[in-house]
Design a binder for this molecule. Structure first.
Ligand SMILES: C[S@@+](CC[C@H](N)C(=O)[O-])C[C@H]1O[C@@H](n2cnc3c(N)ncnc32)[C@H](O)[C@@H]1O
Length: 441
């Protein structure tokens, strides 16, 4: 519940932000006792000069109800339009403007954070001069508000060493001949990603997708070209035991047909508020079946090191064997997995790994569970061949219409989660599927 009061009467500070080039904004309550928010200070310096730093510092150093996590918490989404939305973040202490009838008419149906914005910011930061400031700060606001740091690539715990002993292929340019490509051979002498209809052309080079990075992601804010791009895109038309992609040890380049999970998010994804599951994710575009959605990023950590963590909501346990076996029979995946299991891995003391997206992660951390999901999990090996530390990637299991929530099966076995007191912890499932199993775990 937002209280619209002044700093004196009530310590709550209300900030409004508008997204670049849109009529959408959000309303945020900053309320942290005795702290100021570094991101704001930085933003003030960059955009309004040093004098405003003090103002921002004071504004953010308000006394308020103490929030447990972070300094900023989103209280509500604002759907009204701001007058000046172009390239600006608009702090507005305690003065919530009523929506005019005209503004209400122009309000977009959507009411979430456009992850396209984040991605745009991520890319432009590297590639562009002044344009990146706003993007970066919008990005900064978003990630601070959400109590985590947005990271498009995986981070690694300090005590973790990734194996390096994997030989790549010797192909030059893009891989084209599955019989000559060592990575394709590991995939059963084939390239796993195919055109929409499943048809494969001998002329692989001709069909290489142009990389769609910074420039196109800007366009993605308006959903331009993406449906067309989806048709040409390579897809994983069936879930496999494991996919061997080309990687850093290979001779091919980054736009190789066998590096689809490495080419970034291609759809305009949005984090939105669901009625009963907290935040969720949906796309503004139609997503074709088999299309890559996103990697699950976070901090790759030994599962044992996470045992005492209070909130396990954002932990993805990399249990590729369970995934390969098809989530207790709920899925079927082709391929004999036995050859992929290292003898060492059959020992009970084998180290297990998980991805902790609690403090660092990408859009995947907001994707909810469903007992009838429209995404599937795919383990991918590219820079090494250790299944226990495989990359986790989500792909579309169906053609997904715009604004349908994206979900995958979290794969918990019933009664598999135990609390600190040794008792089984249960969580009811709100996926709403006809065949809902009623419990997440
Ligand atoms: C990885 S997070 C997903 C994003 C989360 N909804 C949020 O607001 O940040 C996992 C948590 O989301 C909630 N969740 C996900 N799927 C759910 C479902 N089908 N039913 C109920 N809660 C769900 C649970 O609280 C779970 O611990």
């Amino acid at each position: 519940m937002i209280r619209h009061t002044s700093k004196e009467e009530d310590p709550t500070l209300i900030l409004k932000f508008a997204y670049r080039g849109t009529k959408q904004g959000l309303l945020v309550v900053v309320a942290s006792k005795g702290q100021h928010w570094k991101g704001e200070e930085e933003h003030a310096k960059l955009n309004e000069g040093p004098d405003s730093v003090k103002k921002y510092k004071e504004a953010a150093t308000v006394e308020g109800p103490s929030y447990t996590k972070g300094m900023v918490r989103i209280q509500a989404w604002m759907e009204s339009a701001e007058e000046d939305t172009e390239n600006r973040l608009v702090p507005d202490q305690g003065k919530k403007k009523e929506k005019s009838a005209e503004e209400s008419k122009t309000t977009k149906p959507s009411n979430g954070i456009g992850m396209g914005n984040m991605i745009w910011a991520e890319k432009t930061r590297e590639d562009r001069g002044s344009r990146d400031l706003t993007g970066r700060m919008m990005f900064g606001y978003e990630l601070l508000m959400l109590d985590f740091v947005y990271q498009k690539s995986m981070q690694f715990a300090n005590n973790l060493k990734l194996p390096t002993n994997c030989l790549g292929c010797q192909c030059k340019g893009g891989c084209s001949n599955p019989r000559a490509c060592a990575c394709a051979q590991l995939n059963g002498n084939d390239f796993p990603y195919v055109q929409r209809d499943g048809g494969r052309s001998a002329d692989w080079e001709r069909m290489l997708l142009p990389p769609r990075f910074a420039e196109d992601v800007g366009e993605a804010l308006h959903c331009v070209n993406f449906a067309k791009a989806g048709e040409r895109e390579r897809k994983l038309i069936e879930a496999k035991s494991v996919v061997f992609e080309c990687g850093p040890n290979c001779g091919c380049n980054v736009s190789c047909v066998n590096r689809i999970s490495q080419q970034g998010i291609k759809y305009h994804l949005e984090v939105f508020r669901t009625p009963s599951k907290g935040w969720g994710v949906r796309s503004w575009d139609t997503i074709p079946s088999g299309a890559p959605i996103c990697e699950y990023t976070g901090i790759l950590t030994k599962t044992d090191d996470m045992d005492n963590i209070a909130d396990n909501s954002y932990i993805f346990e990399i249990d590729c064997l369970q995934t390969m076996k098809g989530l207790d029979g709920r899925e079927t995946r082709p391929g004999d997995v036995s050859s992929l299991i290292n003898l060492d891995d059959k020992r009970s003391e084998v180290v297990e790994y998980c991805i902790d997206a609690g403090s660092v992660g990408n859009v995947a951390r907001f994707i909810n569970h469903s007992c009838q999901p429209n995404l599937f999990v795919q383990c991918i090996l590219s820079s090494h061949h250790d299944m226990k530390m495989a990359k986790v990637m989500l792909f579309a299991a169906d053609t997904i219409p715009p604004l349908e929530e994206l979900t995958y099966d979290y794969g918990y076995a019933l009664d598999s989660v135990v609390g600190a007191d040794g008792k089984v912890v249960k969580m009811p499932c709100h996926c709403g599927a006809v065949d809902c199993r009623k419990w997440l775990y």
